[in-house]
Design a protein. Structure first.
Length: 127
């Protein structure tokens, strides 16, 4: 971080100095660290808020139900929980079946294939 420019005792010049980006990052960093340090408290607060919303949904009927399950209290919360569960399960399934590869997938030249040819022949210079 660079020191602020000299202002010869003139407060007007000192107030005109803009905050450096590094200082903004450290302020943001301190804020984010504070959130991380209070994560258990924030989690409890969010759980209480979500529970209060479900209770309010049960206690106060909306009156604009299109489907029968929308009349059930907390149906939106259950639907959201189910949808999140399905998204996670489907994502894991797709990841394991389509995306994940063995650790040596890109540099596995011990076995020959039609893309890299025979590794032993290439090492011997017969490729």
């Amino acid at each position: 971080m660079t020191p602020p420019p000299e202002h010869d005792g003139n407060p007007a010049v000192h107030s005109a100095v803009k905050m450096e980006p590094e200082m903004e990052v450290t302020r943001l960093g301190r804020f984010l660290e504070g959130l991380v340090n209070r994560s258990r408290l924030l989690s409890k607060i969010m759980l209480v808020i979500m529970a209060a919303l479900v209770v309010a949904d049960i206690a106060i009927p909306t009156g604009y139900d299109r489907f029968f399950w929308e009349r059930l209290g907390g149906a939106g919360a259950l639907y959201g929980l189910f949808a999140c569960f399905v998204i996670v399960v489907v994502s894991k399934f797709l990841g394991y079946k389509l995306l994940y590869r063995p650790e040596d997938y890109f540099d596995n030249e011990r076995q020959g294939n039609k893309l890299i040819g025979d590794p032993q022949a290439r090492e011997a210079g017969h490729d």
